[in-house]
Design a protein around this ligand. Structure first.
Ligand SMILES: [Zn+2]
Length: 249
C-alpha cells in the first residue's frame, strides 16, 4: 500500500496559474489572476535555465513520494481556460514540460459561470476537443468538479456526485485516466478528502500557500501562487527558498 503522505526529502513547489493572457482593463476584479504570455514564457525559460523540470501532477507523484529525486516543479492551471491552450501549451512544449489543467466538466466550451456574481470577466473554457488537444500536446487534464461547486456549502450526496462525475466526464472527453483533483475555491473539509480518495484520485491540490514539504498528505497538497505581480526574482524565491513556506493560512 503506497503512503498517503509525501516523503520528498526536499521541498517541491507546485505552481498554480489561472489565466495566461493580457489582463483586462484597470478596475476589473481579480486582474492578479492573469499572467501575461510573455511573463509566463520568461518564467518557464528561467526554470529551464536553472535546471528544473516542469511536471504534471502524475509525473510529479514519484518525486512527491520520495521514490525519485531531482530538480522538479509541479505546474498546474485552475479552471481550464482556453488561453492555457493557446498561450501556455506552445511554451510548455518548447521546454518539454508537462502540466496539469483542472477542468470543470459540465462547463466545457462555456465560460467561468461561477464567477458571474463577483464581476470577473467571462472567459471561454476549453471544449472537450480542446482538452484532447491539450492531452495530445503532452499535458494532463485534472478534475475541478462538474460545476465548480463550493463543497462545504453543498449537500454530501451532491458533493459525491460532483467529484465522481467530474472525473468520469473528463475521462470520456480525453480517453485517458483523470487521477488528480483540485478543490474549487480551495474549500473542503475531511469529508471531501475522503470522497476524493474513494473516487480514486491519487493527488488533490488546495489553495494553501507553501511548497510541498515532506509528510504533506497527498490529498491536501499546498501550492505556490504565480500572479500578475510576481516578478522574476520573486518567482525564483517562491521556488528555491522558504518564501512561501511561511505563508500557510
Ligand atoms: Zn477554480
Amino acid at each position: 500500500m503506497p503512503s498517503e503522505s509525501t516523503l520528498n526529502p526536499h521541498p517541491i513547489a507546485v505552481l498554480v496559474y489561472h489565466q495566461i493572457d493580457a489582463a483586462p482593463p484597470k478596475g476589473q476584479p481579480f486582474r492578479s489572476l492573469y499572467v501575461s504570455p510573455q511573463a509566463f514564457a520568461r518564467q518557464m525559460a528561467l526554470l529551464r535555465l536553472l535546471g528544473y523540470q516542469g511536471l504534471s501532477m502524475t509525473a510529479l507523484l514519484p518525486y512527491l513520494r520520495g521514490d525519485q529525486h531531482g530538480k522538479v516543479v509541479g505546474i498546474t492551471f485552475d479552471d481550464g481556460y482556453q488561453n492555457n491552450l493557446t498561450h501556455a501549451l506552445p511554451v510548455l512544449q518548447r521546454h518539454r514540460f508537462s502540466s496539469t489543467c483542472y477542468a470543470v466538466s459540465a462547463l466545457a466550451g462555456k465560460t467561468n459561470l461561477w464567477d458571474q456574481t463577483t464581476g470577473i470577466a467571462q472567459t471561454p473554457l476549453m471544449t472537450a476537443a480542446q482538452m484532447q488537444q491539450w492531452a495530445a500536446g503532452g499535458q494532463e487534464i485534472g478534475s475541478h468538479t462538474q460545476n465548480h461547486v463550493n463543497l462545504p456549502a453543498t449537500p454530501d450526496a451532491d458533493c459525491r456526485a460532483e467529484i465522481v462525475r467530474g472525473k468520469t466526464d473528463l475521462e470520456d472527453f480525453v480517453d485517458r485516466p483523470v487521477d488528480n483533483f483540485c478543490y474549487p475555491y480551495g474549500q473542503y473539509d475531511a469529508r471531501h478528502v475522503a470522497m476524493v480518495r474513494d473516487a480514486g484520485f491519487a493527488t488533490s491540490t488546495t489553495t494553501q500557500r507553501s511548497r510541498c514539504l515532506s509528510g504533506t498528505p497527498l490529498l491536501e497538497i499546498p501550492r505556490v501562487p504565480i500572479l500578475r505581480s510576481t516578478s522574476l526574482p520573486i518567482f525564483w524565491l517562491k521556488i528555491a527558498s522558504a518564501y512561501e513556506d511561511r505563508r500557510k493560512k
